[in-house]
Design a protein around this ligand. Structure first.
Ligand code: CIR
Length: 258
C-alpha cells in the first residue's frame, strides 16, 4: 500500500515545547534534527512517500504534526489542539492536506489532539485527556458518523495522549501500557503489554505490516519480536525530551491517487 507521511523538521525553539508529564531537560537540537532525519529515512524504507513541510521556527512543538489533524480516506479533520500555544500550527497543515482530502475542522470550544485518536477499522478511540475535551470528541463523532465511523471516548490517566498508552500493531492487536488506559477497552483485540520497566514503550507506528519504535525499549521490542512482529528502531532521545514519540512526528495516510 502506498502511504504518504507528512513530517516537519524540528524547530530551533523545540526546547520551549509544552510539557505535561516529563521534566524539562536540555535538548540537543542538532541531535534532534539528525534523529528526525533517521526517522524520515526509516519511514521511506518502510514504503512511505515522505513529505516535509517548511520548518516553523517560532513554533516549538511544530515537529509533532500528528496532533494537528486526523486523516481518513474520506476526509481530513483539522483538530483544535488542547494547548493554546499549538493552535497556530494548524494553518500550514491545512494547506498541506488540502491537496489530498476534503477538509473539516473542530471548532471552539472543542479541543482535540491527533495523538489522542487511535483508529482501528471503522472505530476511532479518542482519549479524553487534558488535551481533548468532550466537546471536541463529540464534534469528531458528528463529522465522521456520516462516513461510517464510530467515535468512542476512552479515559486515560497519567499520560499525555491515548496513543502514549496504546497503539495498533496488527489488524486485531494493540500494544498497551496498562497503567495508563484500561486494558478492558481493547479486550476484543489481542493485547501485548509493554514491559513494566519501559513505561513509555507503547507508542509505535505500523507501516505496511512493519513496526517502528524508539530504541531504548529492548524488552518490549523483544516481546514484539517473540510474537512474530517485524520491528525497526530509531533513536528518539531528543524528541522524547519534548514529550514526543514516534507516532507524533508524522501524519500517515493512504495515497488514494495510486
Ligand atoms: C506537546 O506537549 O504538545 C508536545 N510537547 C508533545 C506532543 C507529542 N504528540 C504526540 O505524542 N502526539
Amino acid at each position: 500500500m502506498s502511504v504518504i507521511a507528512i513530517t516537519r523538521l524540528p524547530a530551533p525553539s523545540l526546547a520551549d515545547c509544552e510539557l505535561s508529564f516529563v521534566a524539562r531537560e536540555p535538548i540537543d537540537i542538532e541531535r534532534a534534527r539528525a534523529q528526525h532525519a533517521q526517522y524520515r529515512c526509516v519511514l521511506a524504507k518502510l514504503g512511505c512517500d515522505v513529505r516535509m513541510l517548511p520548518m516553523q521556527s517560532s513554533m516549538p512543538d511544530s515537529v509533532f504534526v500528528e496532533d494537528c489533524a486526523v486523516v481518513l480516506d474520506e476526509i481530513a479533520v483539522l483538530t483544535r489542539p488542547g494547548a493554546p500555544s499549538r493552535r497556530v500550527e494548524s494553518e500550514s497543515i491545512a494547506t498541506a492536506l488540502a491537496e489530498f482530502r476534503p477538509l473539516a475542522s473542530i471548532q471552539s470550544p472543542g479541543t482535540l489532539d491527533g495523538g489522542d485518536v487511535l483508529r482501528i477499522g471503522r472505530t476511532l478511540y479518542v482519549g479524553a485527556s487534558a488535551r481533548s475535551n468532550a466537546e471536541g470528541i463529540a464534534q469528531l463523532g458528528a463529522l465522521l458518523g456520516p462516513h461510517g465511523y464510530v467515535v468512542q471516548s476512552v479515559a486515560t490517566r497519567e499520560c499525555l495522549h491515548l496513543k502514549s498508552a496504546v497503539t495498533q500493531i496488527d489488524d486485531d492487536a494493540v500494544l498497551l501500557q496498562p497503567a495508563w488506559v484500561d486494558r478492558g477497552v481493547f479486550s476484543h483485540l489481542r493485547v501485548i503489554e509493554v514491559d513494566p520497566d519501559e513505561e513509555h514503550a507503547a507508542n509505535v507506528v505500523r507501516v505496511n505490516d512493519q513496526l517502528l519504535m524508539p530504541d531504548g525499549f529492548p524488552r518490549t521490542r523483544q516481546r514484539l519480536l517473540d510474537a512474530g512482529f517485524s520491528v525497526t528502531t530509531v533513536p528518539m532521545s531528543e524528541l522524547q525530551k519534548a514529550e514526543g514519540a514516534v507516532s507524533c512526528c508524522s501524519l500517515l495516510f493512504r495515497d488514494l491517487s495510486v
